[in-house]
Design a protein around this ligand. Sequence first.
Ligand SMILES: [Zn+2]
Length: 311
Amino acid sequence: MNLKHLGNQKLLSDTLDLSKQESKITAQLLWHIREIEDRKLYFECGYNSIFDYLVKGLKYAHGSAYRRLQAARLLRFVPEVAEKIESGSLNLTTAAFTQNLMMVHEKYEGRLSREQKAQIIEKIENKSSCTVEQVLAKELPQATLQLEQKKKESIKQLTENKTLLTLVVDRETAELLNRAEEILSNACSGKGEVLKRILHEFVARKDPLKQKSVAQSAAATAPAGRQNLKVSIKRIIFQRDQAKCQHRDPKTGNICGSRSYLNIDHIIPVAKGGSNHPDNLRVLCRAHNVLAAEVIFGRDHMARFKMAREE
Ligand SMILES: [Zn+2]
């Protein structure tokens, strides 16, 4: 695009128009993100979270995805935020930061009402980022303190083999670490070595990829039917699937690949005659496990099942 021929006034007025269009599109985008999150459509497209969808599917950088997602979540309670973003009286960074603080507040100090949230938003409209931080620190002091502490956590690579790790932990964690240091005082020197020893032991016990390999023949003799899965079969499936969610989006072929919240899933459920044979088993993350069950049993049935389990 060559703009050299434009006069100065025209260049400035065109830029202003584009900026207004950008704000309008951003507000519309937030509504769309909110709706996709409500419908959990990202599961069906092979992503394990809405954030994953924004980063991998829509190619946003992590920070950009995070700001859009948090601002979209704020719309759920304070819909007028969309108009404020469109008019420019609130920007994405401020909206995301506020939503983050409100979430931390609600985690530790209970729910904020819609009215309380709307009042906080009103107080930060048309304010500089510095003033916004001051207002929010006054409105949500505990949450601000929590985030300040979290900011102090950092990982800094010092040399190829040395990393400076700064953590904020509660008193119980500090006491546990001190006690572990005492117990391992003959074997380890310093908290770094103590942590390494403990983490080695934890991973050796819990990481499905590290557990002792079992002969495939065990799989061939796996019992069919309704018996609980043997630990040996679980290990085989985790190793075969590389301890990653195997959900594949039928349209794009994307594999979820999540390494968190993993379960063994029966492709044909036991309730419908599926067996414990490895061919009928796969690793799925929790989100895709739920989706698979909803596809087979229906969303309403699974919602009732979940409610009954929680009662
Ligand atoms: Zn998944």
